[in-house]
Design a protein around this ligand. Structure first.
Ligand SMILES: Nc1ncnc2c1ncn2[C@@H]1O[C@H](COP(=O)(O)OP(=O)(O)OP(=O)(O)O)[C@@H](O)[C@H]1O
Length: 201
């Protein structure tokens, strides 16, 4: 594989967080540094030693796509050194984050690691599901939200997408109705047609 940035693109319940924790454990077990962040606090608590992306990367509070923002991290500070030495960064629920934040992290890592490679050459694993919550834009239109998504970023073409398909949550709970995961996908894709289920939503 030539690309060093990956997206675990998978519907809810297919095991993104489970796999993320396995990857983190594997890297850390070999004595290397694997940093775990998530876009929301709740998602961060589900990752081993996870923190929010805002806290770890000192993300700029205001987002502006016109400005080439970077994160407030000093090269010689503890976080700067950690990011220089890290082997892997895992960013869960990345689909909720504004792409300006992800682009700011890219510029910061390039600066910290003196590299023009994407994410400063570090292996970066994003995880998320575009069917779930997208970036929240205050009074934003649908177009504004799409513009804020990672998919609209120039970085998107540098990311290799990997898919998980089996709904492990349904599988583990013995949900044998094979339609359920399909219905969930349709609901996410806004083409759900079961009127009985629609009424109970
Ligand atoms: N390979 C696996 N083997 C056993 N259990 C698994 C596996 N993958 C996931 N699970 C279990 O399935 C459930 C759902 O997994 P997980 O929370 O990682 O999914 P997710 O894709 O992150 O879901 P969501 O998008 O809703 O947060 C969890 O209880 C997890 O422990």
């Amino acid at each position: 594989m030539t690309k060093k940035s990956f997206l675990l693109d998978a519907p809810g319940g297919t095991g993104k967080t489970f796999l993320a924790n396995l990857i983190l454990a594997k890297i850390r077990q070999s004595g290397k540094i694997a940093i775990a962040v998530a876009s929301s606090g709740i998602a961060a608590t589900l990752l081993k030693d996870g923190k929010t992306a805002h806290s770890t990367f000192k993300l700029p509070l205001s987002v502006n796509l016109e400005q080439q923002s970077t994160c407030s991290i000093r090269k010689n500070g503890p976080i700067g050194k950690l990011l220089q030495d890290a082997s892997l960064i895992m960013w869960d629920e990345c689909t909720m984050s504004h792409r300006a934040h992800i682009e700011a992290v890219n510029r910061t890592l390039q600066d910290l690691r003196n590299s023009s490679a994407v994410m400063g050459g570090i292996t970066f694993v994003f995880a998320g599901d575009f069917r779930q919550t997208l970036p929240v834009i205050n009074r934003g239109t649908r177009a504004d939200i799409i513009k804020a998504c990672l998919k609209s970023s120039p970085l998107w073409t540098t990311i290799e997408t990997l898919k998980l398909r089996t709904n492990m949550r349904a599988h583990l709970h013995g949900i044998t109705d094979s339609d359920f995961p399909q219905q969930l996908l349709k609901l996410g894709g806004r083409n759900f047609s079961n009127s009985k289920f629609k009424r109970s939503l």
